[in-house]
Design a protein around this ligand. Structure first.
Ligand code: Q46
Ligand code: ZN
Ligand code: ZN
Length: 323
């Protein structure tokens, strides 16, 4: 297996590019793809301040590392979600990534700073854990960007994530979600700009970036993700990709080229007034935003252990991982 660029020994094959690459030229390809995404979608400039939402997983650490490599000003922001050992581990990994490189990282904890955690919120609201988790993350990312006067919030969503979400939205023809599924969402109504510079890199490529760069990341999935529909869509798209390399990228690129311009929307949904409690932009009838209402419902409850929310199958899998 030879590198397409230098003919030296290759370390990775990329069927969708119909090529193999050595470590050096693979890193170069990743940098090029990320720069292309940033430029093509006018995500941000080198004068702007970027806040990277980091989770300790490969994608968010890779995007932080890539942005710094490309000469952007990027600080990290981590939210501890209170999901048992998974959260303990991911916080440790994120903090050592930042410490070893002398980077600025802000850490916030749902339990310590807001009086609840994701498992407890799921139990109290009777909804899937990802619902309270997603709501809290969106709210706190936005707030951290406002408080720190950042120009843009960056997340580590990669091509596989975006193609899976697109597949789900297209299955339901959810036009509103489709219209907001762009690699960059402009600031508006008090919300900061949001950008996804990894949309041209697959999950396998971001993992390989971390391995080649010696970045330690959390390998295990969030235990709350079991049964998540996006994971099922990813599996479906991976089957398709194996039979027909490149189909995932062309599905997503086709959406951006041909569908997205028809759906273009610069408005964030329903942001019409400020929460009387925390001043966040919010929609709907209530004077108080959804995050503050979630805090009210959950803050005096006894913490719910993660295991209580897992299916029997997921508990067995976790026990096997720990053996
Ligand atoms: S962390 Fe949170 Fe994810 Fe875990 S609870 Fe769901 S949304 S799966 S990215
Ligand atoms: Zn090479
Ligand atoms: Zn509020």
């Amino acid at each position: 297996m030879k590198c397409r660029t230098c003919r030296g020994p290759a370390i990775i094959d990329l069927p969708r590019h119909n090529a193999n690459f050595c470590a050096e030229h693979f890193l170069e390809l990743c940098r090029r793809q990320v720069q292309k995404a940033i430029d093509e979608h006018e995500m941000f400039s080198r004068d702007e301040r970027i806040l990277v939402a980091v989770s300790g997983g490969k994608d968010s650490l890779a995007v932080w590392d890539l942005l710094l490599e490309l000469g952007y000003q990027a600080d990290g922001y981590y939210i501890e979600l209170g999901i048992g050992e998974y959260s303990d581990h991911s916080r440790e990994i994120t903090e050592s990534f930042a410490r070893e490189r002398g980077l600025s990282l802000r850490v916030e904890s749902l339990r310590d700073d807001h009086g609840f955690d994701v498992p407890t919120a799921a139990k109290v609201t009777g909804r899937v854990p990802c619902s309270a988790c997603g709501l809290s993350k969106r709210h706190l990312f936005d707030r951290a960007a406002r408080d720190g006067r950042y120009d843009v919030v960056v997340t580590g969503h990669n091509l596989d994530d975006e193609a899976a979400v697109l597949f789900g939205n297209a299955l339901r023809w959810d036009v509103e979600y489709l219209s907001r599924q762009m690699p960059v969402l402009p600031a508006g109504n008090g919300f900061p700009r949001k950008a996804k510079p990894l949309v041209r890199l697959s999950e396998r490529e971001t993992a390989a970036w971390c391995i080649v760069r010696g970045i330690d990341y959390v390998i295990e999935e969030c235990p709350m993700a079991a049964g998540n529909r996006h994971l099922q869509y990813k599996d479906l798209l991976n089957d398709l990709e194996e039979k027909s390399p490149g189909s995932k990228a062309s599905f997503y690129a086709g959406f951006l080229d041909r569908m997205a311009p028809l759906l273009a929307s610069t408005e964030h949904r329903g942001a019409v007034h400020r929460c009387v409690r925390c001043d966040a932009p919010t929609g709907g009838e209530s004077d108080v935003c959804a995050f503050c209402r979630l805090v009210d419902r959950t803050k005096d409850r006894d913490p719910v252990p993660v295991e209580m929310l897992l299916s029997k199958k997921a508990r067995l899998r976790l026990a096997r991982q720990g053996e």
